[in-house]
Design a protein around this ligand. Structure first.
Ligand SMILES: Nc1ncnc2c1ncn2[C@@H]1O[C@H](COP(=O)(O)OP(=O)(O)OP(=O)(O)O)[C@@H](O)[C@H]1O
Length: 223
């Protein structure tokens, strides 16, 4: 069963002479429990594809569907978590509030969300930072909070955009350990965009973006 299906999906930004086709006619399916790396050069369209898979971007043409998830975007948000590439924490909220908020907004009781968030912050290795504000965190610590926030949702589709891009090698490995373990525990599909071959090698399949086009692996035995 697929958690996401893209049928001939394209996304263009801007108009006329300034139009940039970030994703060209992409068709793919992500199976429940899949482990996929999306690799490709900077500007090849990885983030745009992840945002389309999350339903955060609307395709310019083609369709994205989530056959197993609720039809309403708000209800669907419970099942899909995104770890964004850049800063994504709300500056006025402390680490625990940032970690809890998405789960509470999508219907998890605050007590349960707080319990999950404390476990997730422990899992990503920053249990001591709960009452700090984002401005006091390093880039790597902020990224780990973003991972903890995603895990607190208990998603069935976990999308991580360059989750190790700002981290040193050891911390990056630890964040990948946490994402893989969480995907196993939740039975979630995990899709990770990355420049780093060592990160790509930890996932079962490697999909490649080149100039906005998606290249899927040729399966053994496929004609
Ligand atoms: N909101 C936007 N408005 C205009 N152009 C955009 C927008 N988002 C992405 N693009 C353009 O679409 C193309 C693909 O960008 P995207 O961020 O998806 O690539 P990427 O592979 O994730 O790059 P990186 O690895 O550097 O994050 C680029 O040419 C980019 O400039």
């Amino acid at each position: 069963m697929s958690v996401v299906r893209c049928a001939d999906v394209a996304r263009t930004f801007g108009h006329g002479d300034r139009a940039v086709v970030a994703v060209h006619g992409c068709s793919c399916e992500i199976a429940a429990g899949a482990r996929i790396a999306i690799t490709g050069a900077s500007g090849s369209g990885k983030s745009t594809l992840l945002h389309l898979l999350a339903g955060l971007e609307k395709p310019t043409s083609g369709t994205v569907s989530w056959p197993e998830f609720a039809a309403s975007p708000l209800e669907r948000a419970r099942d899909i978590a995104v770890v964004f590439q850049g800063p994504s924490l709300l500056p006025a909220l402390d680490v625990l509030e940032n970690t809890v908020m998405a789960a509470v907004l999508t219907g998890t009781a605050e007590e349960e969300a707080t319990r999950r968030a404390l476990v997730a912050l422990d899992d990503v290795g920053i249990p001591g930072l709960v009452d700090q504000l984002p401005e006091t965190l390093s880039g790597g610590q902020a990224q780990r909070v973003a991972v903890a926030r995603a895990l607190t949702l208990r998603p069935r589709l976990l999308l991580a955009d360059e989750p190790t891009g700002q981290l040193d090698e050891g911390t990056g490995r630890q964040v990948m350990d946490v994402l893989l373990a969480a995907a196993d525990t939740l039975g979630a599909a995990l899709v990770v965009s990355t420049h780093d071959p060592a990160v790509g090698d930890r996932l079962d399949e490697q999909w490649q973006m080149r100039d906005g086009r998606l290249f899927l692996p040729v399966l053994d035995g496929a004609s």
